[in-house]
Design a protein around this ligand. Structure first.
Ligand code: HEM
Ligand code: HEM
Length: 539
């Protein structure tokens, strides 16, 4: 055994005698982490969040959250002499006068885009592999909290520079708040401190952006990671992996080294983007004035789906008692602003519990599902992704119309049809693809994998020789577990249905359960090419 040098053992003994952490560290540094490339997505979200904290803190040193009027007198000649808010002027100062300021601003903005993107794809990974199942439902709910807070964090940050684009976003936010029945006007007055835009909103958003929401995010991310640590990470099915063990590398040194490298890589990519790819050049847009708007303005990508739903909605409104004086219910704003986000969040929150209720599955799951092995879940997820994706695409319908030379109205009409048809189609196609992939798994087990060797049979037919799958592939494929489902409402010879199937809701539950677990391709039932020659596996 090697002895560590005194300059390491000295301070560590000093700390251990006072804090007693050696045992804790010894236990936890050996903790095993499973490996799969998709487990990197949560890490990317974590690293971009750390970069957001660091670059954001840098920006607070110079950014001035004030709507006081100033006359610009800085180095950017086209805006010299223009009246603007101190917030906008300070963002120009960060961009043109503070050393490294523009780099930090651009890194902050790129990191914000990457953060939300990696978080959303991480959420999809968790969904499609069923990693939200028992015992990880609480971590799933914490994740949805993180997702929602991140959208508000992005929205508040986007508003801070007080340029024409951020003002346009703020205007939409105010419109949405005002559309809420009965309390909308009051809420708007409350948030903006009087008539829009007022003079307090930037300072309020600043407090939310740098204190309130990051504080909540840090607390929730800490809880998220502690829970993940305590409950252990799921693993993909494979050789030697069971519901009771974890196969992978220990935290120290393998996982630490890998994670450290991933973090530096994320930092390098963001620094590279910030150096070479311009983002949010606010000096080109000019200061915000409520009367101005520019063509082709787009929000950050994660707000695009709300923009799309606003653009898609017909101009419906209800005038109470037939007159606008008694109050107007602007459905054209209320529905698109609240419905998609409401649907998405409610769907995400309820899904683990609905699935558990439908399947009657009460067991713990530490082996992740391959998406193909739960076709209905995957198809529902893809329908959701299509719904979101279409709204997102339609948020840029003006750009699409200009680029493809089609009428703007037609993009809206087609979008209104697609938003209903698209998810249904996506559901059907994904479901069929999953079954197709299950069939291909069954054929791997049934008659091996293609070997690339073509043989000619005595009667002239050419065939490809199949060789047995490697142990790893076979274990991966055989990791498939049937989707749990309730027994039929009344088994053969049973006169009384089980208790849970006696009510109308109970019978519906059984029907849904049978459909959800439904069609399954057995791994060992694929015999159609049985006669094909299978070469002996070479050891
Ligand atoms: C999830 C975390 C965060 C997201 C998604 C986010 C997003 C954004 C965005 C999109 C902007 C506009 C950037 C631009 O001008 O191009 C912004 C600005 C800003 N953010 Fe953040 N941010 C986050 C965290 C933070 C934190 C933790 C701080 C401070 C500790 C911070 C401080 C600032 C400041 C001072 C500005 C205004 C300066 C400027 O726009 O150049 N941000 N943020
Ligand atoms: C700020 C955003 C987030 C950060 C920094 C984060 C970080 C992480 C990390 C590092 C892991 C372990 C590695 C991995 O599986 O990728 C993880 C696991 C997990 N995350 Fe997140 N996450 C975030 C958001 C979310 C969201 C939005 C959800 C779902 C709604 C979610 C649900 C989960 C679950 C259920 C696990 C356990 C997965 C398993 O054991 O397979 N997380 N998270």
């Amino acid at each position: 055994m090697t002895t560590l040098p005194k300059f390491i053992t000295g301070p560590s003994n000093f700390l251990d005698e006072r804090l007693g952490g050696a045992n804790f560290l010894k236990r936890n540094l050996r903790k095993i982490f499973p490996d799969h490339w998709t487990f990197l997505l949560g890490e990317i979200a974590l690293y971009s969040f750390i970069i957001l904290l660091l670059t954001g803190t840098f920006l607070t040193f110079w950014y001035e959250p004030s709507m006081d009027d100033v006359i610009y007198n800085g180095p950017y000649a086209p805006l010299r002499g223009v009246e603007m808010s101190a917030a906008y002027a300070s963002t120009l100062e960060i961009s043109f006068e503070v050393r490294g300021g523009l780099l930090m601003r651009q890194m902050h903005h790129w990191a914000a885009l990457l953060f939300v993107a990696s978080l959303v794809i991480h959420m999809l990974r968790v969904f499609f592999t069923g990693a939200y199942r028992k015992p990880r439902e609480i971590n799933w709910l914490i994740g949805i909290g993180l997702f929602t807070l991140s959208l508000f964090e992005g929205l508040s940050g986007y508003s801070l520079p007080d340029d024409l684009l951020s003002g346009a976003g703020l205007r939409i936010t105010q419109g949405v708040i005002q559309s809420i029945p009965l309390v909308g006007t009051y809420l708007s007055f409350f948030l903006f401190g009087g008539e829009y835009p007022g003079v307090v909103i930037i300072a309020r958003f600043f407090t939310m952006h740098i204190l309130l929401i990051p504080g909540l995010l840090v607390a929730l991310i800490t809880a998220h990671l502690i829970l993940m640590w305590v409950q252990k990470h799921t693993q993909m099915p494979g050789k030697g992996r069971t519901n009771m063990n974890v196969v992978g590398a220990p935290l120290m040194p393998a996982f630490m080294a890998k994670s450290g490298a991933y973090m530096l890589f994320t930092l390098a990519v963001l620094a590279g983007l910030a150096t070479f790819a311009q983002i949010n050049p606010i000096w080109l847009f000019g200061p915000y004035t409520p009367a101005d708007i520019s063509a082709g303005s787009q929000p950050d990508w994660y707000m695009g789906f709300l923009e799309g739903s606003l653009r898609l909605m017909p101009a419906w409104e209800i005038n109470m008692f037939g007159t606008a004086n008694a109050g107007t219910l602007p459905l054209s704003v209320l529905i698109p602003a609240l419905l998609p986000l409401g649907l998405i969040i409610t769907g995400l929150v309820l899904y683990p519990f609905l699935e558990r209720w439908i399947t009657g599955d009460r067991s713990e799951h530490h082996i992740a599902d391959r998406p193909r092995n739960n076709p209905h879940r995957t198809a529902i997820g893809m329908a959701g992704v299509t719904f979101y994706g279409l709204l997102w695409l339609l948020g840029a319908n003006d750009e699409i119309a200009t680029f493809f030379h089609i009428s703007l109205n037609w993009t809206t009409y087609i979008g209104r049809v697609l938003i209903f048809v698209g998810p249904a189609l996506a559901y059907f196609i994904s479901y069929r693809i999953c079954l197709g992939l299950q069939r291909s798994d069954a054929s791997v087990i049934g008659h091996g994998v293609e070997s690339g060797v073509i043989k000619r049979l005595p009667h002239g037919e050419y065939i490809e020789v199949h060789s047995p799958p490697s142990e790893d592939i076979e274990a991966h494929v055989r990791g498939k577990r049937p989707v749990p489902m309730l027994p039929a409402a009344r088994g053969a010879g049973e006169r009384v249905p089980p208790r849970y199937a006696r009510t109308l809701l109970g019978r519906l539950r059984v029907k849904m359960s049978r459909a959800y677990g439904g069609e399954e391709i057995p791994l060992d039932g694929h015999r159609e090419h049985e006669e094909r020659p299978v070469a002996k596996r070479e050891q």
